[in-house]
Design a binder for this molecule. Structure first.
Ligand code: ZN
Length: 58
């Protein structure tokens, strides 16, 4: 798994880049994209709820 790293101005997945040549900031490990994960599960929950309604479980 490639690690996403983040500086002040952009992102990279290149493991050899440690300092950004544009902003001269060190790349830090980017936190996982929680909001999209949340949306994914929210959508999943919605779908399950609709499915449950269809089957007369709610
Ligand atoms: Zn940068």
């Amino acid at each position: 798994m490639r690690l996403l790293k983040k500086c002040e101005c952009s992102y990279t997945i290149d493991p050899d880049r440690t300092v950004c040549e544009k902003c001269n900031e060190r790349f830090m490990n980017a936190s996982p994209p929680r909001f999209s994960l949340h949306d994914k599960y929210a959508g999943y929950r919605r779908r399950m709820k609709e499915l449950a309604k269809e089957k007369g479980l709610l």
